[in-house]
Ligand binder design. Structure first.
Ligand code: KIV
Length: 279
């Protein structure tokens, strides 16, 4: 019998310094992706707003709203993955009011998520508190927060100065006190990843944050070699599925054009009478 799927309390307890195994999180946006991620035994499937750039062809995540995210969370949930399903709150779904944020978080839960993730530092304390008061677990996301791409002037490594790193540490501590059960720490120097992991009692899940975090997350399309962009430095690509898929489709095209597809075995056969009646 395989291990029970991760839950919010089991993830909250996964600190490496206490002897826990690192948390593995991978994104997925649809039923086949969720099945692959689940069969591979990951702990958390993140239905990330990276769906905007990985699947929908946008340059950044600012183009997806709560309905798009709920649509993808529901597709992932239909795979019944043996993982915690984490729904990403998209830009403008938690920026207008706490009431709006709670309603939008509930939309992702009703679509099948077990918890939600949202980006930002201390400014998010009121919405994090309100969502948690509504019994919805929240994962924070600090450092390079892709929804701040315009304010950051691009996808740039964050917390490079002492002041910025200290602000990140304070935010992590305050958001932990507010009830976040874990954090994504993205695009920060390895020493900052290590310091925030040391400073808080809940786990950190790094992406471009060095090896000291309590877990690691990668985007499905990056790790499988399905993306159209050159992957960032922190990505380790484990397969070249894009190339394999292109070769397969090209082989199909060649078989159709060469007349070898479909074969007799790949065709349905009618009775002799049917053939005669039609000639
Ligand atoms: O949307 C996403 O894929 C994410 C990861 C980069 C953590 O937030």
């Amino acid at each position: 019998m395989s291990e029970a799927p991760a839950t919010v309390p089991s993830i909250r307890a996964r600190k490496r310094r206490d002897g826990a195994t690192p948390i593995v999180m991978v994104t997925a946006y649809d039923e086949p992706g969720a099945r692959i991620v689940s069969d591979a035994g990951v702990d958390i499937v993140l239905v990330g707003d990276s769906v905007a750039n990985t699947v929908l062809g946008y340059e950044d995540p600012l183009h997806v709203d709560i309905d798009v995210m709920a649509h993808h969370v529901a597709a992932v949930a239909r795979a019944k993955p043996r993982c915690l399903i984490l729904g990403d709150m998209p830009w403008m779904s938690y920026h207008l009011s706490t009431e709006d944020a709670v309603r939008n978080a509930a939309t992702l839960i009703r679509a099948g998520a077990h918890a939600v993730k949202l980006e930002g530092g201390r400014a998010r304390l009121p919405v994090v508190e309100a969502i948690i008061r509504a019994e919805i677990p929240v994962m924070g996301h600090l450092g390079l927060t892709p929804q701040s791409v315009l304010a950051m002037g691009g996808f740039r490594v964050q917390a490079k100065s002492v002041d910025a790193a200290e602000a990140l540490l304070t935010a992590a501590k305050d958001l932990t006190a507010a009830g976040c059960f874990a954090f994504v720490i993205e695009g920060v120097p390895d020493v900052v990843g290590a310091a925030v992991t040391e400073a808080i009692v809940v786990p950190t899940i790094g992406i471009g944050a060095g090896p000291s975090c309590d877990g690691q997350v990668l985007v499905f399309h990056d790790l499988l070699g399905l993306g159209s962009r050159t992957p960032p430095k922190f990505v380790r690509q484990y397969a070249e599925l894009g190339r394999i898929a292109t070769d397969a489709v090209a082989a199909f095209a060649a078989d159709v054009r060469g007349g070898s597809f479909p074969s007799d075995d790949e065709s349905y056969h009618g009775s002799a009478e049917l053939g005669e009646a039609l000639t």
